[in-house]
Design a protein around this ligand. Structure first.
Ligand code: ZN
Ligand code: ZN
Length: 319
């Protein structure tokens, strides 16, 4: 099969390799490029040591099964959760399954013609989808956004700081949920995209208050600035990742006297993946507008470069 192999920062190579042969084999139809893939491509990542196949947002067709999987038959189109919690460990019992210590995983990245996985993982991770459509690559990133909405709780207006692919997905999801949303973004390309999608830009929001503010840009120096714009009892959510050992300078006044919650979220749990699939099936048109480009594996470097220069939202790769 053809696979896009990451060989080190800014090094990708289309290679021929054996089709993986665990219990369940999926022929990948399309994959989305995630911020994590971009970060890894640019600077490397402690979790992805080269040579390795990246990618974890995909859907495809079930083409091999060594034994029966309840509800799944050969030829089914499925979305694939890249990891799923065990449901039994301390973290799962505590209600934070996204932090499960015993997750099962898809064996390799999905920037390849095929992926495979254990039967144990497949039983929980494969979700049947109704049609062969790019929008189903968005189930995984939407699941991460829904984890964020769970941390926020009830709210009627949100400010998203950072209008990249994930910030825009947060805004698109808020619109689907009937929540007022505006986005802070400086890049021209992204601002034009957001305007074209009727997503409000917030240019003078210093005096405004929001029930929730989502930091979808990893600039720690902005956190304290925006804390003041959170309504009493509201939430500031650290949605973007920050490097370990970085520090936040935060005035505790808002956290104590105004009871503003400062939360983070990372990844998703099975329930968010299921909920994301339901939202996308119910309103695919709302979500598919996040996909702005499609490329073949051979054009992957161009795709990563567009993302890096803030000239694209979600990019789809196919073999
Ligand atoms: Zn992702
Ligand atoms: Zn667990």
């Amino acid at each position: 099969m053809k696979a896009l192999v990451y060989l080190g920062p800014k090094e990708l190579e289309l290679q021929d390799m054996e089709i993986p042969k665990d219990d369940v084999v999926i022929k990948v139809k399309e994959s989305g490029i995630c911020g994590t893939d971009l970060k890894t491509f640019l600077k490397g990542h402690p979790m992805f040591k080269p040579p390795v196949i990246l990618g974890h947002e995909c859907y495809g067709e079930v083409v091999g099964m060594t034994s029966d999987i309840p509800g799944i038959t050969l030829g089914d189109l499925v979305a694939v959760a890249p990891y799923i919690e065990c449901g039994k460990c301390e973290m799962c019992k505590r209600g934070v399954p996204e932090l499960c210590k015993n997750k099962t995983y898809v064996e390799t990245g999905c920037f390849a013609e095929y992926i495979s996985m254990s039967r144990e993982h497949a039983c929980k991770a494969l979700k049947k989808i109704p049609s062969d459509s790019s929008v189903f690559t968005l189930i995984e990133p939407l699941a991460c956004v829904l984890n964020g909405f769970e941390k926020i709780g009830h709210c009627s207006n949100i400010l998203v700081v950072g209008g990249g692919p994930m910030g825009a997905l947060f805004a698109i999801t808020a619109q689907d949920k009937g929540i007022n949303v505006s986005v802070v973004e400086t890049s021209d390309w992204r601002r034009k995209y957001l305007q074209s999608q009727k997503i409000e830009l917030c240019d003078k929001c210093e005096e405004m208050k929001f029930d929730a503010i989502v930091m979808a840009v990893n600039k720690p120096e902005l956190v304290n600035e925006y804390l003041e714009n959170v309504e009493n009892g509201g939430v500031l959510l650290l949605f973007s990742g920050y490097p370990s050992k970085s520090t936040l300078n935060v005035d505790p006044y808002s956290i104590h006297y105004r009871e503003v919650g400062l939360f983070g979220c990372f990844g998703f749990a099975g329930k968010h993946f299921n909920e994301a699939k339901v939202l996308i099936e119910r309103n695919p048109k709302n979500y598919e507008r996040l996909i702005t480009h499609q490329f073949s594996f051979a054009e992957a470097k161009k795709a990563f470069s567009l993302l890096n220069h803030a000239q694209a939202m979600k990019i789809i790769l196919r073999s």
